[in-house]
Design a protein around this ligand. Structure first.
Ligand code: AMP
Ligand code: MN
Ligand code: MN
Ligand code: MN
Length: 296
């Protein structure tokens, strides 16, 4: 394996989850696995939570791996849920923390409501089950999905979402997440860069996507994920074109949630397509490598 400095460029993965939200690895396990997979710069971006960052930072300190403090904020834009990453931010920023607290309060209420609705649909104890599977404060639909698979209600997480947890299904609860402008303001206020996550996944028409990204840029958003674990090769090239046209920076992230999802792994993403300006271009990433990496 090439050393940290000897490689042409550092390997970035700027989207990942730990047990602090709906990932299945602890923050420490995630960081160690990212290092083993050849990642040099990793962003931990749990849903609406900064709780894994201290542990991730401590784990990264023992490795030649640079940890980027991040978060994936749940946003409602024109009735649709959109995810916005805050990257390279100050996790102690009080306004950001207060904003995320308000989202966690909505999440807590929503989790109870999902439980009540599933109960009416004949599935008992789902709230308690999801709570048991969630190790952090964040209770996500993923935890409900794991519980329902455990109960034999479906064969896979994907199937649970389709049958129970999306719009017009018994366990779906509509609601308002953060507004796009306030989300970008929280991220910028904490010194971070705001990046729209997996833009191809929202199934927006080309013009609606450009509207979303145009508004986002007006509010001070700087980038969008071009290379993502949930993008096809075709999505990636399309999103590279959108990023170039709208002069948004490009990000690269696996959206890794743990080894149970083998189709999204760490360290396997393609590089950014030609002509993309990396979101990390303006960051100060230390290039000095500890001796063990240089010798490997
Ligand atoms: P929540 O933020 O609690 O509404 O949960 C959203 C999370 O559920 C996403 O971040 C994904 O990890 C997961 N998710 C959403 N849709 C699906 C799906 N169709 N199949 C599997 N996981 C999904
Ligand atoms: Mn998730
Ligand atoms: Mn997401
Ligand atoms: Mn994610």
């Amino acid at each position: 394996m090439l050393g940290y400095n000897a490689r042409m460029c550092l390997q970035y993965d700027l989207h990942s989850h730990s047990k602090a939200s709906d990932g299945t690895l602890t923050a420490r396990e995630l960081v160690e696995r990212a290092h083993a997979a050849g990642i040099d710069v990793l962003a931990l971006t749990d849903h609406d939570s900064l709780d894994g960052l201290a542990e991730a930072r401590a784990a990264a300190a023992a490795l030649p791996l640079h940890l980027i403090a991040g978060v994936e904020v749940s946003v409602t834009w024109k009735g649709q849920t959109v995810h916005v990453l805050g990257l390279n931010l100050d996790p102690d920023d009080a306004t950001l923390r207060a904003g995320l607290d308000s989202l966690q309060a909505f999440r807590d209420w929503r989790a109870e409501e999902i439980g009540r609705r599933l109960d009416k649909a004949g599935i008992a104890d789902a709230y308690a089950g999801a709570r048991r599977l969630a190790s952090g404060r964040i209770v996500s639909r993923t935890h409900f999905a794991h519980f329902l698979v455990e109960q034999g209600r479906a064969r896979s997480v994907r199937e649970v979402f389709k049958k129970f947890l999306v719009n017009n299904k018994p366990g779906y609860v509509p609601g308002q997440w953060a507004a796009l402008d306030e989300t970008v303001a929280w991220i910028r206020g904490a010194g971070g860069d705001a990046v729209v996550a997996h833009p191809a996944r929202y199934r927006l028409t080309g013009s609606k996507l450009r509207r979303l990204l145009g508004e986002f840029k007006e509010y001070g958003g700087v980038g969008m994920e071009v290379v993502s674990g949930s993008h096809t090769t075709d999505d990636m090239h399309r999103m590279a074109g959108v990023a170039r046209t709208l002069e948004l920076r490009a990000s690269r992230g696996s959206d890794y949630h743990g080894p149970e999802n083998p189709w999204v792994d760490l360290g396997r993403l393609p590089g950014l397509p030609e002509g993309c300006v990396p979101v990390w271009e303006s960051w100060d990433i230390p290039r000095a490598a500890p001796a063990d990496r240089l010798q490997s």
